[in-house]
Design a protein around this ligand. Structure first.
Ligand code: TNX
Length: 539
């Protein structure tokens, strides 16, 4: 019996014929030499979930094969054309063709979803059977990402790899790693050993919500740091799947962990790595030493992650310390700055110059607009969609992560049993209704969209999974699929089938009917806390 075809994201064009193809009747995976790494990856995945063993052979191999083929002129990286693919499954075999290996990688993700859900398990659990289809597909947006916050709660490396794999299955192409913040520093910089010794852990962690002061602190140390080999492994795991890692080193604010290790880079305070969450006053002083430190940190990530982007952070930088700092005042006088926000712009400009000299492009949170940022910097909009317009008007390209649609550390429903989250309400239906490039916005300027998994209140991988899925699945479709195709095929109709995939992969997703009993907040430390959050004003 033929299974229903139910893919997320919905491909742009899909036509199905009656019947199935049993991949075990094929002789090999025939692939251009350049595609052999992807071909072996596919072979391995098919083997794990179905037991099938298909060897990889050269492109000249004829007969009944699963063919991976490059065709046409090679598009530039990070274009929608680079991720376009055609996938034809007929009674005679499979042809997956694209102009760029990235397109082949996206087509493999679709092929995996055409298999029975149980084929996504780690040991043979399903027959390798796929329906006969013809798919022609290309993403709507160039950048479709997910951010993991490995700072507020450390996420072990194997979970980061799993999330890269899940991003891949959803045809996302960016995984942004938020690596530094007030609560910790999470990657090794060999020239700065105190980052590992001091900044990588905190002595205690806030119990409950940061605004619930009465709840106190849990005196169990929390921490973790990725070594250089860990980072290299993450980089090559992502590269194999044609997923871009965007590493973020968040400066000059959110700097409590750095300053705990190297207090001389700040205004001299001696506070520990922060045990709680929020926005803190501590910032880097605008000195040559602070710039040297930043340069070492940016060089360390830029060397490991060879992709074009480095994220400089730049969000929520309070001006209070600079307002009373003689060093900042002296800089302002020297540079003729009238507004103290110029100090942040001074950092942004210096980071941009140094990263550009390393051949990188800078992306930073929308606050980098406040004091002015070089036009080549990409603005990562988080506050609300008004900043998309503001950034574009200032000449920037944009990645859009507006809180109301893209912050999956927000509550998923108003059920009092939802587990502790920061605030907000972002339902699956809300995400499904998101048009990231509404009329009036120049689509060329919108690189893409991204969801955020801030982990203040997501202490374990299971909490991250509950928050991410299925909202991330729906967001993947918002970024990939054209609006008319989405309207003709509401994603909600495909979610149930998709949840079977997530289940087969062992993801602790949130069921559409609400949290399972073990996922609920209960009446203890994870109970829902209602903090009425002031939405950011449109500028
Ligand atoms: C704002 S988004 C932040 C983060 C928090 C997040 C919680 C951004 C650039 N800054 O530091 O984790 O809200 O939702």
């Amino acid at each position: 019996m033929q299974r229903r075809i139910s893919l997320i994201p919905q491909p742009q064009q899909l036509s199905a014929a009656a019947g199935d193809l049993d991949l075990s009747t094929l002789d090999a995976i025939a692939a251009d030499p350049e595609l052999h790494p992807l071909a072996w990856l596919l072979s391995d995945l098919l083997n794990r979930g179905t037991g099938l063993r298909l060897a990889v052979a050269g492109p000249e191999t004829g007969g009944r094969v699963l063919r991976l083929r490059l065709e046409g002129d090679r598009p530039e990286d990070l274009t929608t054309a680079a991720e376009a693919y055609r996938l034809d499954v007929t009674a005679d075999g499979v042809v997956l063709a694209a102009a760029h290996p990235a397109g082949i990688s996206r087509g493999i993700a679709t092929l995996r979803q055409l298999l029975p859900a149980d084929a996504l398990r780690e040991a043979p659990a399903a027959d390798p059977v796929v329906p006969l289809v013809a798919i022609a597909d290309e993403p709507r947006l160039r950048w479709r990402g997910v951010m993991l916050d490995v700072v507020r709660h450390f996420q072990p490396k194997d979970f980061v790899l799993k999330m890269i794999d899940r991003a891949w299955l959803h045809r996302l192409n960016v995984v942004h790693l938020h690596l530094t913040d007030d609560q910790g520093w999470r990657f090794e910089v060999p020239s700065r050993p105190k980052l590992a010794e001091i900044a990588s852990w905190r002595a205690e962690t806030k119990i409950g919500h940061a605004r619930d002061e009465a709840a106190g602190y849990e005196p169990t140390p929390h921490g973790g740091i990725f070594s250089v080999p860990d980072l290299r492994e993450i980089a090559s795991y992502a590269r194999e799947r044609h997923i871009l890692i965007v590493p973020e080193v968040n400066l000059p604010g959110h700097a409590r962990a750095v300053l705990a290790a190297y207090p001389e880079l700040g205004a001299g305070q001696d506070k520990p790595v922060s045990p709680t969450f929020g926005v803190f006053e501590e910032v880097l002083e605008p000195t040559p030493e602070a710039l040297d430190f930043a340069l070492e940190a940016y060089t360390a990530v830029a060397e490991v992650f060879e992709g074009p982007f480095v994220h400089i952070g730049g969000d929520e930088v309070p001006m209070t310390q600079w307002e009373s700092s003689p060093v900042a005042r002296e800089l302002m006088e020297r540079e003729g700055m009238e507004d103290v926000r110029g100090v942040q712009a001074w950092f942004t400009k210096a980071f941009c110059e140094r990263l550009t000299a390393m051949g990188k492009r800078v992306i930073g949170w929308d606050e980098i607009l406040d004091g002015g940022a070089p036009a080549e910097a990409v603005v990562h909009v988080w506050r609300n969609e008004a900043y998309v317009k503001k950034a574009i008007a200032a000449g920037h390209q944009v990645v859009a992560s507006p809180e109301p649609y893209a912050y999956y550390d927000h509550y998923e429903s108003d059920d009092p049993q939802e587990p502790l989250r920061i605030h907000g309400l972002t339902t699956v239906d809300k995400v499904a209704g998101w048009d990231p490039v509404p009329p009036g916005i120049d689509p060329d300027k919108v690189l893409g969209i991204q969801c955020q998994l801030w982990s203040e209140y997501l202490p374990t991988p299971r909490d991250v999974e509950y928050s991410a899925f299925p909202r991330l699945s729906v967001m993947a479709e918002v970024g990939w699929t054209n609006l008319d195709v989405r309207e003709a095929n509401p994603v909600q109709d495909r979610l149930e089938d998709h949840l079977e995939r997530l289940h087969a992969m062992g993801v602790d997703y949130r069921p559409p009917t609400g949290p399972e009993r073990w996922q609920r907040g209960g009446s203890g430390r994870r109970t829902r806390f209602n903090w009425t959050f002031q939405e950011h004003e449109a500028e």
